[in-house]
Design a protein around this ligand. Structure first.
Ligand code: ADP
Ligand code: ZN
Length: 228
């Protein structure tokens, strides 16, 4: 069973790729730390209260907090399943911890999919992004418009714009990415795990490339009725 990571700057399409992979292959346990954090904020939990100010500024939430929620989710999750990590790890400390957690479970990272994106494309993507309140699916007012404006194609939920998808916060998130996360590319390249793809080539060919690299049925045995 595969363990795959999605690495790339904000706006590189990690969430979109994850959602399309889930639909195409099923059976993945999807770990999106950004989604988990937004859920905690929405629920008004202690973790949510602690994380919210960092997220609003576009800064990274402290490692200890992230590690806590990822561990919790790993404990709950199916130890046999294929894992897709999206937006995690983002620091070297998180990367070390992920290696340890996986090792304890007799697993290792199989592939790190790096979504290379031009800076110009990022701003356009993030300012036009709309997200489903219910299921978290991502749309874009121009690139991936929903069939009905403001409504999720998948579940009928209401679409909203993320608080951190404004120009000022986006600039800060890109800065943070360059300072704290980009160094992970070299780490995984040295380990021979990096699979770099041009994320600006159009979704169809992008997904074809990624699925080819993952291999057919790589997510493991698809759960019955797991497809959308
Ligand atoms: P994006 O990749 O577009 O910035 P995410 O949803 O992955 O969007 O992350 C949103 C925010 O959540 C980040 O700006 C950061 O504050 C927080 N966050 C998400 N994942 C992590 C992580 N692994 N480590 C620290 N902070 C994180
Ligand atoms: Zn939805």
């Amino acid at each position: 069973m595969k363990v795959a990571l999605l690495l790339g700057p904000p706006g590189s399409g990690k969430g979109t790729v994850a959602e399309l992979l889930r639909r195409a292959q099923g059976g993945y346990v999807h770990f999106a730390t950004g989604d988990m954090l937004r859920e905690e904020v929405k629920n008004g939990s202690d973790v949510g209260h602690e994380a919210e100010p960092y997220m609003k500024r576009g800064e990274l939430v402290p490692d200890a907090l992230i590690i806590h929620i990822v561990e919790q989710r790993l404990e709950m999750g199916d130890a046999e399943a294929a894992y897709l990590f999206d937006g995690f790890p983002r620091t070297l400390i998180q990367a070390d911890l992920l290696d340890e957690s996986l090792a304890q479970r007799g697993r290792t990272i199989d592939v790190v999919i790096y979504l290379a994106t031009l800076r110009e494309v990022i701003l356009q993507r993030l300012t036009g992004r709309r997200v489903c309140k219910e299921c978290g699916a991502s749309f874009h007012i121009i690139n991936i418009p929903p069939a009905v404006e403001g409504i999720c194609d998948t579940c009928g939920g209401e679409l909203y714009q993320r608080k951190d998808d404004n120009e000022e916060t986006i600039a800060n998130r890109l800065d943070v990415y360059n300072r704290q996360t980009e160094s992970l590319i070299a780490r995984y390249e040295e380990k021979g795990l990096l699979f770099s793809v041009d994320s600006d080539q159009g979704l169809e060919s992008l997904m074809a490339q990624i699925e080819k690299r993952l291999g057919a049925g790589s997510a493991g045995s698809p759960q019955a009725g797991a497809d959308a």
